[in-house]
Design a protein around this ligand. Structure first.
Ligand SMILES: CC(C)(COP(=O)(O)OP(=O)(O)OC[C@H]1O[C@@H](n2cnc3c(N)ncnc32)[C@H](O)[C@@H]1OP(=O)(O)O)[C@@H](O)C(=O)NCCC(=O)NCCS
Length: 174
């Protein structure tokens, strides 16, 4: 089955909304009261919200497609994480999700490497990632690329506040 990674355009807003919703619900949906989850999905992952992000030059998104159907996605852009050392020009991996049925086949790594390449297309820069404190698999995954925990913050999903770790990789570090 052909699997490809391609840069998403504003015309992909509906597909991006679907895969962002499906992967978030599959991974984290059980953690939240239904009303908090619904509020978050509507505000963050609606087609309109995806289109707005896809139209920004400072942001890039990719779809992982199997037989033309999205099974994963990634999003990268300017760093918006609340850490005192973040400076203008720093980049952030904002989302990296693959449907469970497609895990452990190297697709997450390929998506991540695509995002890293785009983030550093003009040269090395300091990169940041926010990750749920209990998402040990993803933390292990990011540590293999040289990202280290340097802080914490609260990530709102409706009225629920998640404990998140902030990871950083200095420019040029691997
Ligand atoms: C993280 C993720 C994108 C990796 O995708 P993948 O295609 O399985 O990755 P690869 O096959 O390239 O690499 C496998 C590695 O992913 C990580 N991983 C495995 N299962 C995982 C899980 N359920 N959640 C998070 N990371 C996981 C591990 O580091 C694993 O390697 P290891 O267990 O041998 O140490 C994928 O597991 C995923 O979408 N998880 C759910 C969403 C998520 O947690 N995203 C990160 C939010 S910050």
């Amino acid at each position: 089955m052909p699997v490809i990674i391609r840069r998403a355009t504003p015309d992909d807003a509906a597909a991006m909304s679907r895969i962002a919703t499906d992967t978030f619900v599959e991974t984290f949906g059980h953690l939240y009261p239904p009303e908090d989850l619904a509020y978050f999905l509507l505000n963050s992952y609606s087609p309109a919200a995806q289109r707005e992000m896809l139209e920004q030059d400072s942001t890039a998104m990719w779809l992982l497609e199997r037989d033309g159907v999205a099974v994963g996605h990634a999003c990268a852009g300017a760093c918006g994480l609340p850490h005192p050392d973040v400076v203008e020009g720093d980049g952030e991996l904002k989302r990296l999700y693959v449907l469970r049925e497609a895990h452990n086949q190297g697709w997450g790594a390929k998506l991540f490497e695509t995002a890293l390449e785009w983030l550093e297309k003009d040269g090395p820069r300091t990169l940041w990632i926010g990750v749920w404190s209990e998402n040990l698999g993803a933390q292990r995954f990011y540590s293999r690329y040289g990202f280290q925990r340097v802080g914490e913050y609260k990530f709102p999903v409706g009225d629920t506040l998640d404990d998140e770790f902030i990871l950083r990789r200095h420019a040029g570090a691997r």
